[in-house]
Design a protein. Structure first.
Length: 355
């Protein structure tokens, strides 16, 4: 279920440093097999083990790390599971993760759940057999299945959630995130303060706790201001540009349009802006738009996007620090949530409401 790659910094910022991926490529085996050879050589066929050993000698792969792995029974490998490597928000989170991982001598395996190349069973086996020292889940459903998560095996393998607990079965693990309810409420409060009364909300999949929390904040703000919420004003945009384009068409297909639209992420805000402008309406004169995340494209949109900023890189750093605290010191903080601050970034996509 993963595209498995090593810490990319070893190939870009430190071109002379040999990675576990180089060993795997030379030996013509997977990175997981190299890890197994280092930690459980008795579980690997002799001819495969010999190829890996030859590749290690030929590349000069981290002899000190190799010795440390044998002594401590650790792989120096962390698995990161995320929905999509290309997502601009997760790109920033990964910067923080890579920075800490590289400084502490760890490589990364990245499992991209949107493009499955590895089965649930293979990922589950990696967890149970400790072919990685720990797992980071970034706003992603667990690829291990509830059986692995509920078994005793996961207790010995640290797992930290970055950004959100997507499903209830992940609530028992430590996490680093913003307060999504409070952030969504602040975004909606801002629109109300501008004079908007007809405010629509474009959300992601309702199976996601993230989506439900941001909708809770929106609804709480509207209730506190004693404003009605029409059913047609709350639509799903699938957390994508195309999904938001379709959702915006639905919102505009009525006699009375909302005067403001709150999108639960910036990619949906991009799709929303595109569709509104294609309809001949002006932003923010006719409709104000507010997003969520403050991805790197937000400030160069036309108009620049008002949004909620998540400190993406800081989240990545804190997640990795929390995970390595458990990996190296054995300090478990199961269920503990670390909340990092969000920020409302005001730009030109929002203006006074047309009451």
């Amino acid at each position: 279920m993963s595209q498995s790659i090593s810490n990319q910094e070893s190939e870009t910022e430190n071109p002379g440093q040999v990675s576990i991926k180089d060993v795997a490529r030379l030996a013509d085996v997977s990175i997981a097999t190299v890890s197994r050879c280092l930690n459980h050589p008795d579980r690997v066929r002799e001819n495969t083990r010999a190829r890996v050993q030859q590749a290690i000698l030929k590349t000069g792969y981290s002899p000190n790390t190799l010795a440390q792995s044998f002594r401590r029974g650790k792989t120096q490998v962390i698995m990161v599971v995320l929905p999509s490597i290309g997502d601009p928000f997760f790109t920033e989170v990964m910067k923080g993760i890579r920075s800490v991982a590289s400084s502490r001598g760890y490589s990364l395996l990245i499992s991209e759940t949107q493009f499955n190349t590895m089965t649930d069973d293979e990922i589950g086996a990696m967890v149970v057999s400790r072919q990685a020292d720990g797992i980071v889940l970034l706003a992603s459903m667990s690829p291990f299945g509830t059986e692995v998560l509920s078994s005793k095996s996961h207790q010995a393998l640290p797992i930290v959630i970055g950004c959100e607990n997507i499903t209830p079965d992940l609530a028992g693990f430590p996490s680093v995130r913003i307060d999504n309810v409070a952030a969504a409420r602040e975004a909606t409060d801002y629109l109300i303060a501008l004079g908007h009364r007809k405010i629509a909300f474009i959300h992601g999949q309702m199976s996601s706790l993230l989506t439900r929390e941001r909708e809770r904040g929106y609804r709480a703000s509207m209730r506190a201001a004693d404003l009605p919420i029409e059913d047609r004003w709350v639509v799903e945009g699938k957390l994508s540009i195309q999904g938001a384009i379709q959702a915006t068409r639905k919102l505009l297909n009525h006699d009375h349009n909302p005067t403001a639209i709150f999108c639960a992420n910036d990619e949906m805000a991009m799709g929303c802006i595109h569709e509104i402008k294609s309809s001949g309406l002006k932003i923010p004169k006719d409709i104000s738009i507010i997003g969520f995340d403050d991805i790197r494209y937000a400030e160069i949109l036309d108009p620049p996007l008002t949004t909620i900023r998540q400190p993406a890189e800081k989240i990545g750093e804190r997640v990795m620090h929390r995970l390595l605290l458990e990996v190296e010191a054995g300090r478990s903080r199961n269920g503990q949530v670390e909340i990092v601050p969000h920020e409302l970034i005001i730009r030109e996509s929002t203006g006074p409401g047309n009451v």
